[in-house]
Design a protein around this ligand. Structure first.
Ligand code: ZN
Length: 305
């Protein structure tokens, strides 16, 4: 993957909210199910279960640090004048967000439900207040259907590399594209419908929702190099290779329900699946990537998950 040094980034799509969720509090993580206003993550509940009080949990017990220490000025940090900007994870992820939303601007109308409504990604550290309640880093990156925004503590990527073994850099846009997949589902009403179905189990609505978000991520990946910068003139990526795609697949494998359960030393229990197996997550990402068409991502219409 090569990012275009000449690209002008649209910083309005990302808010850096810095440290703390505001006003102290308990730092209670909010593992959510698939629907009904709960937050939807890429790993969510399982991550909490696996890490059991480790990463990020209870990180917000100190009220003094709970104030909204403002984040960075991305406008300045990620401007073209800063020739080192792509060494910074915040600017790289800003570019990914721009690319993902640029893709959906074009692809969403083809789904026949009107225009795409853009939404922001919020960077936070430790904990954050959202329309879905207060969440902390332990839940992993997530989408909140209530306020329609994406939330990520960027240190999750270190976790993904060290604990989950997904070191490749393309794991990052895969994670974001998955979360934006939930936004698409929210706009389409899929998310709400799925909230009425089973929230765990191998063929549950939750698993179907998550696999569809992986498929949407694959569809973005297929078109990523076509996405343009803020001026509409420059591509955001100058190249994406098979190695990158393999890195996304590696990440999808690492966060499959069965892999996570195995790694945490427990039995693999399909009844508790919420996101799908490693093989399924890879398969649906591949499906989206191979077709480049979100219409082929109908995980609700098949039992061949
Ligand atoms: Zn998800």
């Amino acid at each position: 993957m090569e990012l275009n040094e000449r690209a002008e980034l649209d910083t309005s799509q990302v808010n850096d909210r810095g440290r703390g969720g505001g006003g102290g509090g308990m730092g209670i993580p909010l593992p959510g199910g698939g629907g009904r206003g709960g937050l939807i993550g890429i790993v969510v509940a399982v991550l909490v279960a696996l890490l059991g009080g480790g990463f990020g949990l209870n990180a917000m017990t100190n009220g003094d640090e709970g104030g909204q220490a403002g984040g960075t000025d991305l406008e300045q940090l990620c401007s073209r004048e800063n020739t080192k900007r792509f060494d910074d994870v915040r600017c790289r992820n800003l570019l990914f967000v721009n690319s993902i939303q640029g893709y959906w601007e074009k692809a969403y109308p083809e789904l026949g439900k009107g225009k795409y409504e853009p939404t922001d990604t919020n960077y936070f550290q430790a904990a954050v207040n959202t329309g879905c309640g207060q969440a902390d880093s332990g839940v992993g990156p997530f989408y909140c259907p209530a306020d329609r925004q994406v939330y990520i503590d960027l240190s999750f990527y270190d976790e993904l590399a060290s604990r989950f073994g997904a070191k490749g850099e393309f794991a990052q846009p895969y994670v974001l594209a998955h979360e934006y997949g939930h936004h698409i589902q929210n706009l389409l009403g899929t998310n709400e419908k799925a909230g009425q179905g089973d929230q765990s189990g191998p063929r549950s609505a939750s698993v179907r929702l998550e696999l569809q978000a992986d498929c949407y991520a694959g569809a973005w990946a297929e078109h990523a190099t076509e996405s343009k910068d803020k001026t509409g003139q420059e591509p955001l990526f100058t190249s994406i290779t098979q190695t990158d795609i393999n890195e996304a697949l590696k990440a999808a494998e690492a966060i499959g329900d069965d892999s996570i359960q195995e790694r945490s030393g427990g039995q693999v229990n399909p009844d508790s699946f919420t996101h799908g197996t490693s093989a399924q997550r890879q398969r649906w990402f591949q499906q989206g990537f191979a077709s480049g068409d979100p219409k082929t991502c109908d995980t609700f219409a098949t039992d061949q998950l």
